[in-house]
Design a protein around this ligand. Structure first.
Ligand code: ZN
Length: 146
């Protein structure tokens, strides 16, 4: 199986995953993310308690890449401290911008590192980073609240 096929299967599998779909019963933070280039539209919901992301989910719709990336991100940040989640967001955004090598962030990001293939499709980069930028915004605003 070629890397492209693995990549495509992974995207499809994650985009269909309904486990990370909200709405959450209890949420402390939520943020809207929109990518007008493609029409991806998500509402990220978080339940943050004592500096930890207890629960995370999203509602919304979009292309397979945006949905897969959002779902992978939620898998990665559930149960994390704010600091750990921020570290992952930074690592992912740097990976996509080609500022960090895939091997470098694999331990932190797991399967999500495969999304670095998106660099070869510039029009889709915004689909891949939508959820991560949305989360980044929540975490930064949250720090300002504290
Ligand atoms: Zn998209």
């Amino acid at each position: 199986m070629s890397l492209d096929m693995i990549y495509n299967e992974l995207i499809i599998e994650h985009s269909r995953n309904s486990e990370n779909r909200g709405p959450l019963a209890e949420k402390t933070h939520h943020e809207h993310g929109h990518n007008p280039n493609c029409g991806d539209d998500i509402e990220l919901e978080l339940n943050i308690e004592n500096g930890k992301i207890k629960e995370a989910a999203f509602v919304g719709s979009g292309c397979a890449i945006s949905m897969a990336s959002t779902s992978m991100m939620i898998d990665l940040i559930k149960g994390n401290t704010i600091e750990d989640a921020q570290e992952k967001v930074e690592a992912f955004l740097e990976l996509i911008k080609n500022e960090r090598a895939q091997e470098d962030v694999e331990a932190l990001l797991g399967d999500a590192t495969l999304l670095s293939n998106i660099q070869h499709m510039p029009a889709r980069v915004k689909c891949a980073v939508l959820a991560w930028h949305t989360l980044k915004h929540v975490l930064e605003t949250k720090e300002a609240d504290d």
